[in-house]
Design a protein around this ligand. Structure first.
Ligand SMILES: C[S@@+](CC[C@H](N)C(=O)[O-])C[C@H]1O[C@@H](n2cnc3c(N)ncnc32)[C@H](O)[C@@H]1O
Length: 259
């Protein structure tokens, strides 16, 4: 593997620090109690990183998302780790009846609300729900959905890398929240099939996850999902034209739950 590819991550890290360190320090100055809650500091940092880079990351995945989300998402959509709500712009409003955003970082909720309102979803009309939970908190998610309402389309965009136990969380959500015949759509960066790239992904993960709210580079989440015995149909593909030495090697999936 070329050293420039192996160390590419340092450039991203430098840009992220430049964009997010100062506003995070300002938040610490105004709320010193954050010092006793390191996870909240990490979330402050991540929210500022996403303000600076969320749109360019979205742009980098636009073609994949247009092919994955727009033609397939329908009914009640649950977006795991909704971030600033970038997924909303790929939803076909004529097919999606309700957008449920699951986002534990509450500093991101206003951006989700803005994006959802622009697309015609609102809390007042009952077409938007924003939940402050992690994907692992299945119990709270079920309690917060009305009736409880089941979900037609579960979506995860660049989020399974940050969930503490992705396999258990996805299994829990698919078993208890997704309707029979419902689907799971994902676009994730995953463990590379190339051994040398995987080595560097494992090497950098401790540094990367400390800065970016638990985001791991070395997760084979695509094969975790593929192995689950709950699907009636499975489609798994890669990101066209991606450099094999990319530390953020992407995988795309559309899986349909058994009836
Ligand atoms: C890289 S961002 C992606 C955001 C969004 N999906 C997008 O494509 O723009 C990852 C998101 O996962 C969220 N996240 C972190 N831990 C999570 C968890 N346990 N459950 C659900 N979301 C989580 C983060 O707060 C962050 O918004």
């Amino acid at each position: 593997m070329k050293l420039s590819a192996a160390f590419a991550l340092l450039t991203d890290l430098r840009y992220a620090i430049q964009a997010a360190l100062w506003p995070t320090l300002k938040a610490l100055w105004t709320q010193p109690s954050l010092l006793f809650r390191p996870q909240l500091i990490s979330r402050q940092f991540m929210a500022h990183v996403w303000t600076a880079f969320g749109s360019s990351v979205d742009e980098g995945g636009r073609i994949v998302k247009q092919g994955l989300i727009t033609p397939n998402a329908q009914g009640v959509v649950l977006d795991i780790g909704a971030g600033h709500g970038h997924t909303i712009s790929y939803l076909d409003r004529a097919k999606v009846t309700k957008y449920v955003a699951l986002e534990p970082n509450q500093l991101m909720h206003n951006e989700i609300r803005k994006a959802a309102n622009i697309a015609g979803f609102s809390e007042e009309a009952g077409t938007l729900i924003i939940l402050p939970y992690g994907a692992e908190d299945t119990h709270s998610i079920i309690s917060a959905l009305e009736k409880p309402e089941l979900v037609d389309t579960l979506i995860s965009i660049l989020t399974l890398c940050s969930i503490p136990s992705p396999e258990a969380s996805i299994q829990g959500l698919v078993d208890q929240v997704v309707k029979p015949g419902g689907q799971f759509l994902f676009y994730e960066h995953v463990l590379s099939p190339r051994k040398d790239v995987a080595w560097w992904q494992r090497f950098w993960t401790p540094v990367w996850k400390s800065a970016f709210d638990g985001c791991r580079l070395d997760r084979p989440t695509d094969s975790m999902v593929d192995k689950m015995d709950v699907w009636s149909s499975k489609q798994l593909w890669g990101k066209e034209g991606e450099d094999e030495e990319n530390l953020w090697w992407h995988s795309v999936g559309r899986f349909v739950k058994k009836e």
